[in-house]
Design a protein around this ligand. Structure first.
Ligand code: SF4
Ligand code: SF4
Length: 440
């Protein structure tokens, strides 16, 4: 039995000729899934050096890379009627989705209102580089309470290291101008920071810039891992010079974590720390890379092609086209279910026996091209960083999890640590005396 309600709808195509929701919901369809829609495909007005999307143009030679209004209608309808949960996220990404223009998104919002069930609430989100935002854009984003993810890699010199336009010019000023517009219109935003060779050794500079200069309350940290060799597990696989180093990734995370733990628990939300806390509490996480299995976050291309994941927009991972097959059937397909289960089923023994597996789960399969110490393939390239990070946060996470279980608030951890007897071992588990660690 399933608690997913079986929705009875049309069996034939809708008025636009695209497939209708199946009258009997496929039993393997997830009740909730996430779609990253890419209305301009990989097309962007910038030319960030580490961007893996730019190479995806080759998948659709000669294409204009613009989602049509018919497809927009089909997409919004299928997504809303597929979801059994009352809260639905409509997520736009690119490339650079704002290249579609404001009117495209006005139509999208109107379609959401047309197809939304009365019991559904919708969160609109958009991921942008911020450089094309205007007052007109921000009025729309504010009116419909979009959550805007804006890409910033740190203060000017760190941001401009790789985030350049088509002429190789820096983009920092334009991004900050876009962010200022969002703030002026009181649009909710979160900062997405990619971590790479240029900023990996400046964690505090980056974090404090977000907190103190941009006044960001939500921060996502994303490791840049670019493989030189995409042809499978081969000893000697290397990454580009731009990629973050595994140990540097661990240092970056632990340094920011310590700063956050001293000052910002409950006021700044770092997605990775929230995900870790969920693991320590034993709650289901909502970050796919740290979940046991994945496969419930698909990518929709500008032409209706649906792929297993935004990181696997490749011919082998094409599930089908939503103008031919309803997306709920594509999500339920054995191809997609196997894709999601493989995250768990292909873990090397080193991960299966790892003491922080419950929090890491081998991270994302796209980064699993390293070898374990005993030579088994399939280890995550970032593993040394995750081992350091998850071990480092264990003590404070246990304190926060305990507070939450007792009906208290996680931010009380800051006073628990600061008020510890100075000559006792610090409750954070560092092994140092409290006076040399978190105690004031
Ligand atoms: S492949 Fe990676 S990014 Fe994609 S859904 Fe799975 S864990 Fe998430
Ligand atoms: S920390 Fe390393 S060994 Fe442990 S689960 Fe993650 S990738 Fe595997």
């Amino acid at each position: 039995m399933t608690d997913i309600p079986v929705t009875i709808r049309r069996d034939g195509p809708d008025s636009a000729g695209s497939p209708a929701l199946p009258s009997v919901r496929p039993p393997t369809a997830p009740g909730y899934f996430h779609v990253l829609a890419k209305p301009t495909g990989p097309i962007c007005n910038l030319d960030c050096e580490y961007c893996f999307f730019l190479s995806k143009e080759a998948l659709y030679p000669g294409d204009r890379f613009r989602m049509s209004d018919d497809l927009l209608d089909t997409y919004v309808r299928q997504l809303l009627e597929s979801q059994t949960a009352p809260e639905v996220t409509i997520a736009w990404q690119g490339g650079e989705p704002t290249l579609m223009g404001v009117d495209f998104f006005r139509r999208a919002v109107a379609l959401v209102e047309q197809y939304r069930r009365p019991d559904q609430t919708v969160q609109h989100t958009i991921q942008t580089n911020g450089t094309l935002l205007t007052d007109e854009w921000c009025e729309l984003l504010a009116e419909h309470r979009f959550l805007v993810g804006i890409s910033v890699d740190g203060p000017r010199e760190l941001h401009d290291a790789y985030r350049v336009d088509k002429r190789g010019n820096p983009t920092f000023d334009k991004v900050i101008a876009g962010l200022d517009l969002l703030k002026r219109h009181e649009v909710d935003f979160n900062v997405l920071c990619t971590v790479h060779a240029a900023n990996q050794d400046h964690p505090l500079e980056v974090y404090r810039f977000f907190r103190d200069e941009l006044h960001a309350r939500h921060v996502q940290l994303i490791a840049i891992v670019e493989r030189d060799n995409e042809s499978g597990f081969q000893e000697g696989d290397t990454v580009t010079d731009r990629s973050v180093g595994p140990e540097a990734w661990g240092r970056f995370l632990t340094t920011i974590f310590d700063e956050w733990l001293r000052h910002d628990v409950g006021t700044v939300f770092v997605q990775m720390f929230d995900a870790a806390l969920a693991s320590w509490v034993g709650a289901p996480g909502n970050v796919c890379i740290f979940s046991e299995t994945c496969g419930d976050a698909v990518a929709l291309e500008h032409n209706g092609d649906l792929y297993s994941c935004d990181h696997f927009v490749e011919p082998d991972y094409l599930l089908g086209n939503i103008t031919q097959t309803h997306m709920v059937e594509l999500l339920a397909s054995s191809q997609q279910r196997s894709f999601g289960a493989a995250k768990r089923d292909t873990l090397p023994r080193y991960c299966r026996e790892c003491d922080v597996r419950f929090a890491c789960h081998g991270e994302c399969p796209k980064n699993r091209f390293a070898f374990t110490p005993d030579g088994e393939p399939g280890l995550n390239y970032l593993c040394p960083g995750y081992l350091e990070f998850f071990h480092h946060v264990d003590g404070p996470m246990k304190i926060m999890a305990d507070l939450l279980r007792r009906g208290r608030f996680a931010d009380e951890v800051m006073s628990v640590l600061a008020d510890a007897p100075r000559n006792d071992p610090c409750p954070c588990g560092s092994g140092r005396k409290a006076k040399h660690c978190h105690a004031r």
